[in-house]
Design a binder for this molecule. Structure first.
Ligand SMILES: C[S@@+](CC[C@H](N)C(=O)[O-])C[C@H]1O[C@@H](n2cnc3c(N)ncnc32)[C@H](O)[C@@H]1O
Length: 291
């Protein structure tokens, strides 16, 4: 297994190369991906006037929702490693009068605290399992929370309950150039937080209390448009950069390859139903701690 510094450098490179795909798919992902974070939003119940943080905010859609919930006096800040996604989030959601939400580019693992701290509530959708050193990242988050503040995050459980993820990649891979290495052991990746006991250990090591992991099964409903749906899934996957670098003919083959493996999730004339197994992770910063 790679050490944390090597893995962190790999992550920065990976997200810089993957960001253009997420930027292309920002609107579609906001719409279809809503169930990926809804349970965390509901648990967090952000209140008007609160200061909230969105860790790994991508192109900003969830930060904008948080900002609406805490308006008019609250504030929402989205933090992301990928500068291109942060720039896109600002373009999509920053209003001319400079009102919230605000977006910050940075690595949650290496910051002392997130600008705008202390936060009353922290939200994160499908990011924590991707950290090179989750304890370092979760510790920055906790240091950025006021005492007793709440955290709600979603991550994937294991591959068996998220079969569409590998189907899209496997179907496309044969037609594309080299893909990033598959994660080994606890290395960052979609299923690195599958083991509830490990996640509890990581949160405990980072100083959280009231830790809970709750399984949720949700369905992502996508339209019956195989070209668009496969392009969305490939562009937000680890195959994103290889897809962008491929010739149009190879891209077409990749989409059709992914469509073949995704066919079992499709009802013609209705759309795709993608079964998705999540953990809702909930926790609080220590009520008495200030660091
Ligand atoms: C799977 S995407 C999820 C994006 C968004 N939360 C959503 O659900 O649409 C993971 C995001 O985490 C960001 N990320 C990964 N490692 C990070 C780190 N160390 N610090 C901050 N952001 C990070 C990536 O740049 C990417 O935007």
């Amino acid at each position: 297994m790679a050490d944390a510094a090597t893995q962190r450098a790999r992550n920065a490179d990976f997200w810089a190369r993957t960001a253009p795909g997420w930027v292309n798919q920002a609107d579609r992902h906001d719409e279809i991906g809503r169930p990926l974070g809804a349970v965390a939003f509901d648990w967090l119940r952000p209140q008007p006037g609160e200061r909230v943080l969105d860790v790994g905010c991508g192109c900003g859609g969830t930060t904008a929702e948080l900002a609406r919930a805490v308006a008019p006096l609250g504030s929402a800040i989205g933090l992301d490693l990928a500068a291109a996604m942060v720039a896109t989030a600002r373009e999509r959601f920053t209003t001319p009068d400079g009102a919230e939400p605000r977006f910050v580019a940075g690595d949650i693992e290496t910051l002392d605290a997130v600008p705008g701290a202390p936060f009353d509530a922290v939200y994160s959708r499908m990011t924590l399992m991707l950290l090179a050193d989750p304890v370092a990242g979760l510790t920055t988050v906790r240091r950025s929370m006021r005492a007793g503040a709440r955290l709600a995050a979603t991550v994937f459980r294991d591959g068996r309950v998220n079969p569409w993820l590998s189907a899209a990649m496997l179907g496309a891979a044969a037609y594309l150039g080299p893909l990033p290495p598959l994660p080994i052991g606890d290395e960052p990746g979609p299923f690195a937080f599958a083991d509830a006991a490990r996640v509890t250990r990581l949160l405990t090591a980072a100083g959280y209390t009231d830790i809970g992991l709750h399984p949720y099964d949700v369905t992502l409903d996508a339209p019956d448009d195989p070209e668009a749906v496969t392009e969305w899934l490939i562009e937000i996957s680890p195959a994103s950069a290889a897809y962008r670098d491929a010739e149009p003919t190879a891209q077409g083959h990749a989409r059709r390859g992914a469509a073949r493996l995704l066919e079992r999730f499709r009802t013609a004339g209705v759309g795709y139903q993608l079964p998705t197994g999540l953990w809702l992770i909930t926790a609080r910063s220590d009520r008495t701690s200030t660091q």
